[in-house]
Design a protein around this ligand. Sequence first.
Ligand code: MG
Ligand code: ZN
Length: 207
Amino acid sequence: MFWGTIAWAGSIDQFTTACAPAFLILTNWAVILDRDGVINRNIDGGYVSAWDEFEFLPDSLDAIAELTRAGFKIIITSNQAGVSKGIYTEKRLSKITANMLDRIEQTGGKIYSVRYCLHKDEDNCICRKPKTGLFMQAIHNIAADLKNTFVVGDSERDIEAGKKIGCKTILVLSGKIKNKKEADNLKSKPDFIAKDLFKAVKSIVIN
Ligand SMILES: [Mg+2]
Ligand SMILES: [Zn+2]
């Protein structure tokens, strides 16, 4: 997975297409990141409803750049029920996404796709985490092996969803769940616990 990006000057997609199927297995490592509490500061009990409320967590941009350099396909999935609750519009969410992606690219990161669930619990959709719809859509498009896919999240919903589909799960303590004690009380136990995304990425890249 590492030399795939080094040996090929084009994008991973071009590489995969040109060399498939022999090398497909080397390029299908993926990381699914939650957004709030992982990449940017979580607003406890509220929503990031505009770009000026979006604050990157320390080192999260560096962490994404490092994952990108290591050849991982990075996907962002996030529950954004604030849209169906009428707190912010889908258009405003798109604006936040576009600005976030700009900053990520400027700092050397590349995101393969961003997928949101806009529903509330009562809507009974198939995508709101801990349901697995968001993950399955994302994974389907990149032919990633679920066993070689890491899910990084700050809440039990992320971990539960990741475990349901057999991914490796990493809980970060930079958002909803703030310490080891709270983490130990969860019903869905993560495979790893890390202080933040930067520390999580260190363990992913070494593994
Ligand atoms: Mg979160
Ligand atoms: Zn949904």
